[in-house]
Design a protein around this ligand. Sequence first.
Ligand code: M6R
Length: 614
Amino acid sequence: MCGIMGYLGNQEARPILLQGLENLEYRGYDSTGLSILSETGEFQSVKSTGRLSALKSVLEKNKLSGNVGIGHTRWATHGQVTVENAHPHLDCNNSVAVVQNGIIENYRQIKENLQSRGHIFKSDTDSEVIPHLIEEVLDQGQSLESAVEFALTQVKGSVTLLVTQSKIDPKIVAARLGNAGGLVIGVEDNELFIASDIPALLPFSNNIMFLNPGEIAILSTDGIEFVDDQGRTIEKQVSTQLVNATEPDKGEYDWFMYKEIMEQPDVLLNVLRDRVGIDNFSLELPELSSITEQLPKINRVILMGCGTSYHAALVGKGFIESITKLPAQAEIASEFRYANQVIRDTDLVVALTQSGETADTLEAMEKAKQAGAVLIAITNVLDSQSTRIADASLHMRAGIEVGVASTKTFTASLLILYILSIYLGKNRSSVSEIELTEHIHDLEKLPEYIGNALNESPNIHLLAKDYANTQYFLFMARGLLFPIALEGALKLKEISYIHAEGHPAGEMKHGPIALIGPDVTTIALAPNVPNKEKTETTIEEIKTRNGVVLGVVTAGDSNLASRLDGCLFLPSVPVNLVPIVAAIPMQLFAYFIALEKGLDIDHPRNLAKSVTVE
Ligand code: M6R
């Protein structure tokens, strides 16, 4: 979703803003723009629809020069994808430029009021009300920061923004209201960088400061000052990020998604490192030390997330119930935040979010926190907002995931949930020493099993070639494989734009079987797990009606394979690991279908990596 980048220093702002925005491309966007202050303090702005490469072409003809600027990649919410709607937005006097991420819920009312006072709007966006609100306060002779503070008192919703003003000593004011994505500031001698996310700052600074909701930062040639929403000064420390100052690289691969799929054995090894002792059969989660004293009172676990992270929550519910032996439920965070759920201080709430910035998940977390629940975040981004809301956090350690379609962060989430279930079970004495040893034996082999599943890649590619023109896919499974069926359908629809649905196999004859016909291919997840024969019965029912069925089948199961139209083979693995390993053919199949269709796999249409608005 929208990416923000700002620079104030002594170098040319243009290449720095472009590089920062390029490193935020993974978030998803549909238009771009920059405003740079010239030597004489005037705004020079350039905007474009489409990718950053289009903006760069415009900049070839119009080389903006100056040492202070703000830039934006826009993911449209209000107003179509046009040059006029791209950010930055300026006020009537061209004295203020604003880039914004978020949604201003009451913008229509504010816009009407401003128009009635003579303001002229150039876009259909909600964001454009901000520069006009600021303009009115500046006209009264107040400072830029006072004007931003005032504007924030007028808007309802969640916003993250940068504002800069012409013809004054260079200044960028940054502010956050609610959870509409983060802002990270990089501090170097005589230079300040500010962006939505750390990857944008990696080439420039490792000295990082974070802006929290309700805070304002004033960046100037004198340095940086923080105030809260009451205007009181806040002291903040610089933290040094131990990050590799290189951009993610596709290496030998054509697409980040394929690279990220293939990285999964290493990612899962990383998840296990220091947490699971293979030699001494130990399992520790030191990251949870701050909440261990609260664990004995827990009598229910609520897992939540959006999209792929919700699918992980569904698998997590199964792990918690079968291993920890606690009641558990999985919730869609965007629903949970508004639902009349009973949440108690004896609940453990586990929020899953690879980005750590999904607005709906953050709001659902705030709700759980206010109700007194113990709150754990499972995230791939250390220092993301999710880790600041949670009582304790478990890091996915998957490395930056660039492909919009989540792959390695999904399996990393599943593995952490499995480890967490054992950890809680150990804590509550529902996992015996013998069971612990068995679980650790299984976990030791997981990276190898994932590697074996990935070895099927060429066969899955061949199958995908045959089915790339299919119009509808129906995924079905039972038990803990049902969330994997949902994930298979989500992966396929988001990158190949083919209609796909996931259903519990037992529900087929209650409705979805009516869909079976020549245009529909069913993918049945039927590896060796308890109740597999029940799924086989449903397969028979579909075959009887001349349906085409592909199966996710354990290698060597020639009996089932012979009754199917095609197979995606899995290695034989212990039952608890089947959902994690079965995610691999789902990801590969979706990837190869999209490849055959010649689509932009890493940047599927309409989607964003980091969903920072509601
Ligand atoms: O960053 P999050 O895990 O909170 O993101 C939630 C969803 O937007 C995300 O899982 C989305 O469904 C996937 N990128 C789809 O592949």
